[in-house]
Write a new protein. Sequence first.
Lengths: 243, 82
Amino acid sequence: MGLPVSTKELDRLGDRLRDAPVPSEEDLRLWAMVRPDFLDALQQVQSRMLDRLGPPVTGREKNRETLVDKLRRERDMRLSRVQDVVGARLVRDVALAGQDELVSVIGGLFPEHRVRDRRREPSHGYRAVHIVAKFDGIPVEIQVRTRWQDRWAEAMERLGDCWGRPIRYGGEPADPDRVEHLGLPGLEARTRREWMALLIGLQREVARIEERVGGGSTKVMLEPEGVAVPLDTLLSAFDGFQR
Amino acid sequence: MKHYVVVYERPTTRLLMIREFGGNDWASANALRNSLELEYRLQPETEIVLLWADSVEGLKSTHSRYFVNVVDPDAPASLRVA
């Protein structure tokens, strides 16, 4: 790795960040010293993607808390092995075949890369294609999403902010038996656990819509009400839930 | 490519602050992010995030979750419309 600290030092830093209830100022400063090299790699990757695919191609640095969460969740994970310290995201209005084409083009930009197709192996409902490209030995995760996959993922992320991030990894929402209204006419109240199951089930509808090229209905039939709701309206309504 | 520093409060899903820096002003974005991380060190449910995009609209198109509830009075006007 082209980083200013050794792999061993980086892993020790990861251990301390994982184990400390609150990170020390010294460790935050050390992490701040390491990050510019990850960010350089990300900017090179983003720039190459922008040249080939045009905007928007956005980038993000994994924030400290989500990084620490990951190290705590995956106890065997070493900081030097984390593949998504930095990442680029590409969201396009395409069907599955178009997404495959994008993945192929991006793969061609980076000789050293690995593809993980989370459409075939969804992670607790999350679907997308991830490419890990290496730049100067530093990994950069590129998330390639269709508009619908992104819409779903952002709804789940936001719900995780309100009901607890463990729901993104198969955990229960906080206060799972609490009954909530979604705020759409004709829909009955459900428990948070039931809303979670419904949201995860919506990925089947997303997949169905994405298999079609061109138009067609994006309405989802909800049972037991027998009410058809546009998928976008339904996902937007999830943004209305609070803690 | 512009740099954006974002302060996002998870439990309330509020975007407390967003600052934009030009492509050549990476050092200022980095310094602000580092100082905010120290400032919010004891508040793990507040995310300090560094993002890159060609425009704030591009950012909103791929990271919409941050922009559902913008309370920063100095945020760009386009972000304050739901």
